[in-house]
Design a protein. Structure first.
Length: 241
């Protein structure tokens, strides 16, 4: 992962996502609903729910929205059923793209994802065609602004908390963990008083692809189209933007 900053891509798309705040809340509500359905409404004993609630917090989702989604998932008699499906494909210049979805209509979702690829210089791939290019990792970001901690001190805190690796830039400490260790590492760092800007299980590309300038607009159009789809929960890629 050396040389790759997930934070750069997070910040690079932040403004675009701010404009879609309502849609993002809707998607997270669906994820909360499913987490409650599968593991119950108590985040302390439902790690999946705790992770989605962290995601809601990092996206500034109001507590009322979170509580409504938990209540809906806890209500008996609800008949909504969703499937988690991962689509794989290629963007311009062979960039690798993973599309995570939560859908109640596989035909609709599959068609929409395919159209987003095909109309923006990409193509769908077979299962396993690009997923091997990514590692599933726990990811934590701690912004350095206002934080009076040097790199050595932070690294010691990360290792004591159970983190595997840390990368440092002028803006942020980026911490990587085994996915199963993320809740414990997150809790340990918060207990030390650190404020986490991001804490999630994510897909980290093993290598990055530099896009030529004339392909960046087309690539961003493809990612925008995918993220706008109500059934898409996450889009991961290995393009350096």
């Amino acid at each position: 992962m050396s040389g790759h900053s997930k934070w750069n891509n997070i910040q690079g798309r932040k403004n675009a996502q701010d404009a879609k705040r309502g849609k993002i809340f809707q998607k997270i509500s669906r994820e909360i609903y499913m987490a409650v359905k599968s593991g119950g409404p108590e985040p302390n004993i439902n790690p999946s729910l705790r992770m989605v609630m962290d995601k809601a917090k990092s996206n500034n989702m109001p507590n009322d929205n979170v509580e409504r989604a938990i209540k809906k998932g806890s209500t008996t008699g609800e008949n909504e059923n969703y499937d988690e499906v991962i689509y794989e494909g290629y963007g311009p210049k062979g960039t690798a793209v993973l599309v995570h979805t939560l859908t109640d209509n596989l035909n609709r979702t599959g068609t929409n994802v395919r159209v987003a690829f095909n109309k923006n210089g990409g193509s769908m791939g077979e299962k396993g065609s690009v997923s091997y290019m990514f590692d599933r990792k726990g990811y934590i970001a701690i912004e350095r602004e206002g934080l009076e901690v040097d790199e050595d001190t932070m690294l010691m805190s990360v290792l004591e908390a159970g983190g595997d690796e840390m990368e440092t830039s002028d803006e942020v400490f980026e911490i990587y963990t085994d996915p199963s260790d993320l809740p414990d590492v997150r809790d340990a760092l918060e207990k030390e008083g650190y404020t986490l800007a991001q804490a999630e299980v994510t897909m980290i590309p093993q290598t990055m692809v530099q896009l030529p300038e004339d392909k960046k607009t087309l690539f961003n159009q493809m990612i925008d189209k995918l993220e706008e789809d109500d059934d898409v929960t996450e889009v991961f890629h290995n393009a350096e933007l």
